[in-house]
Ligand binder design. Structure first.
Ligand SMILES: [Zn+2]
Length: 128
């Protein structure tokens, strides 16, 4: 148990609050990761490990492309300027990038509500 002098000692320090991602209203990384892995697995091909790396598909609802290692400036996913996302949900213009594996160092262009996430999953696993 801390005594009052311990509490006084931290008064000059920077304090970082660590809260579960999404607890302040933002979307959950884990929810988005689970949805994208599910979509990838649904559309993936045998031996592709789509639920891990993603798969390549482009339809009226979404585009997905696995992480590309080619590092060519002419590659749409590797070029320095305005590379394409690994996942693009077209109705909401929601774009996600990841590093090698779905869920690793993911970046989004916006945050979705849980209901928007649920709709996205439903719409992305209906299409052929
Ligand atoms: Zn590439």
């Amino acid at each position: 148990m801390q005594n009052s002098s311990d509490l006084e000692d931290i008064s000059g320090l920077n304090v970082q609050f660590v809260m579960p991602y999404g607890s302040n209203g933002g979307q959950s990384d884990l929810l988005v990761e689970a949805i994208i892995r599910t979509i990838a697995e649904f559309h993936g091909h045998e031996g592709e490990w789509a639920d891990k790396y993603g798969t390549d598909i482009d339809n009226e609802w979404f585009m997905m492309h696995h992480f590309c290692w080619c590092e060519s400036e002419t590659c749409s996913w590797c070029r320095e300027t305005d590379p394409l996302p690994n996942f693009h949900y077209k109705p909401l213009d929601f774009k996600v990038n990841w590093y090698k594996y779905i869920g690793r160092s993911m970046n989004y262009n916006k945050e979705l509500t849980p209901l928007e996430c649920a709709d996205m999953l439903k719409n992305c696993i209906q299409t052929p």
